[in-house]
Design a protein around this ligand. Structure first.
Ligand code: F0G
Length: 482
């Protein structure tokens, strides 16, 4: 057994916690699931949780809290201004990132709003490894444009590249030369790159990229929402980090960075967010927007209870036995799916297991949203709610045509410490059945398409009523079973 693994056997990670509070789950019959899909416009965001068996939509705000986090919530100090809770959290963050200043915000996208409003002007270009939906929306809202300069391996769904989140250094040099530093206020690095399958960024790449940026006086902004998974992979996969503690890795990432921001719905297993900086001038530039959009500087729209939980959650992020619960479960899930021939993104990353819809249902065109159709089909046959991460999550081109996504994925997020291995086995069983019957799945078409972030609220319908056909086949094979 390697030093940082806790495995029962090769495909069975071992939980280093016990469950002391439980929530009863509902598994409704497939006919009711079909009705829920019809009512929710075949968009898994629009399902009601009471109709969902295993909620793998996201790990955002749904990770299980530790007993220490829940206990800390009781000792929160309620005050509009000057709450002791804020000072406790600030102190933890100063230690965590080695940065002096902290601006609280109600969640990750609120940090993106503050950063974009402060630093992005019309015509600016923001280079990054890969965009996140809300990040891109805020940059564009302020007149900027996202330029992705990921390594070529990033979009290869089957790969053995350990750090698909890395930035391509040559593309960075080329972009700076072409665009000029005046139009690049900052470069953004997203740890645990979400939309390409929770893929990590190497510490070595972060340091190299930051050096180039700083030589050109370009700021480096790191999105640390998925930091916990990223540092696990730094330690597991990167020679450079083998002898570093998790905290030493975090401090090296922060040292290369000017602004760290995060969604505490992910990092710290609570609900909230924040921006950390070392430089007082940067702090002063952003701080006036906090009372305007979030709340007073000592709570930033967060509940003090969540802030206490976050402080403990951040401390716990330095514990390898807790941090490994994400990536190791995802690796186990992925291995079982691959044994059934189900196409997934490899290597498995953090956040969740990512099914490759382009290989799962190659007969569905990008314009008919294969990942959206697959997410709906998975819910229909299993009650599992995943999330579309493909063309549906993109924005149309200015001429109204579709902008096919680089990758067409269904994310089955595994909130930390929430699901058991038997629930994972159930998921593998149903998805393997669906894979055998994949020819029955067709695409989706929009019935109601919002202009901004359409994947959240858009309503769709199945082409050729494939959901009814799939339901019939399910009944033939599963009899009366749910
Ligand atoms: N950055 C990254 C990398 C994220 O994954 C998210 C959220 C945000 C920023 C925005 O943070 O939700 O607190 O406003 N990701 C969630 C997800 C929504 O399901 O992956 P937020």
């Amino acid at each position: 057994m390697s030093k940082i693994k806790f495995f029962l056997n090769e495909s069975m990670p071992l939980e280093m916690h016990k469950v002391r509070v439980v929530q009863k789950l509902n598994l409704i019959p497939i006919e009711d699931r079909k009705k829920a899909l019809d009512e929710g416009g075949y968009n898994t965001f629009l399902l009601r949780n009471r109709d969902v068996f295993l909620d793998m939509l996201t790990d955002s705000g749904t990770n299980a809290m530790s007993d220490r986090q829940v206990a800390a919530m009781l000792a929160a100090d309620d005050a509009y201004a000057g709450s002791e809770t804020f000072y406790r959290l600030e102190k933890v963050l100063q230690f965590f990132f080695g940065m002096k200043f902290f601006l609280p915000a109600h969640q990750g996208r609120a940090c993106e709003n503050i950063i974009s409003k402060t630093f992005v002007k019309p015509g600016d270009i923001i280079p990054m490894n890969y965009h996140f939906t809300t990040t891109k929306a805020h940059i564009e809202l302020n007149g900027g444009k996202v330029e992705e300069i990921f390594i070529d391996e990033a979009l290869k769904v089957t790969s053995d590249c350990p750090f698909k989140g890395d930035i391509d250094i040559n593309k960075l040099h080329k972009l700076i030369k072409e665009v000029g530093v005046e139009r690049i206020p900052f470069l953004r690095i997203e740890l645990g790159t979400n939309l390409i399958g929770g893929q990590p960024v190497s510490l070595e790449n972060i340091i190299k990229v930051a050096k180039i940026c700083h030589e050109h006086k370009i700021m480096v902004v790191t999105d640390a929402s998925l930091l916990a998974d990223n540092i696990y992979f730094n330690k597991e996969r990167e020679e450079f980090c083998k002898n570093l503690s998790l905290h030493e890795i975090i401090l090296k990432i922060a040292a290369a960075t000017d602004i760290m921001y995060f969604s505490a719905r992910k990092l710290g297993c609570a609900r909230g967010g924040g921006i950390c900086v070392r430089d007082v001038e940067l702090f002063n530039k952003m701080k006036e927007l906090v009372p305007l959009y979030e709340g007073f500087l000592t709570y930033g729209g967060m509940s003090v209870r969540e802030m206490e939980a976050m402080a403990i959650g951040l401390e716990e992020t330095l514990d390898l036995e807790l941090v490994n619960q994400g990536p190791q479960f995802i690796a186990g899930f992925g291995k079982k799916l691959m044994e059934q021939g189900v196409p997934i993104v490899t290597p498995t990353g953090g956040l969740g297991c990512h099914l490759d819809a382009r290989r799962f249902i190659p007969h569905v065109k990008s314009e008919e949203y294969p990942a959206g159709a697959l997410a709906a089909a998975i819910y229909l046959v299993s009650g599992i709610r995943g999330m579309e991460r493909g063309t549906l999550s993109e924005t149309r081109n200015p001429d109204g045509s579709e902008h096919p996504a680089g990758v067409e994925l269904v994310r089955l997020a595994l909130p930390r410490r929430v699901f058991t291995m038997s629930q994972i086995s159930y998921s593998v069983d149903r998805i393997a059945w669906l894979f055998k019957n994949r020819d029955l799945i067709k695409g989706l078409k929009f019935v109601d398409e919002p202009k901004v972030l359409r994947f959240f609220l858009g309503r769709l319908a199945p082409i050729d009523d494939w959901a009814t056909k799939l339901m019939k086949k399910f009944r033939e094979d599963f009899g009366n079973s749910l």
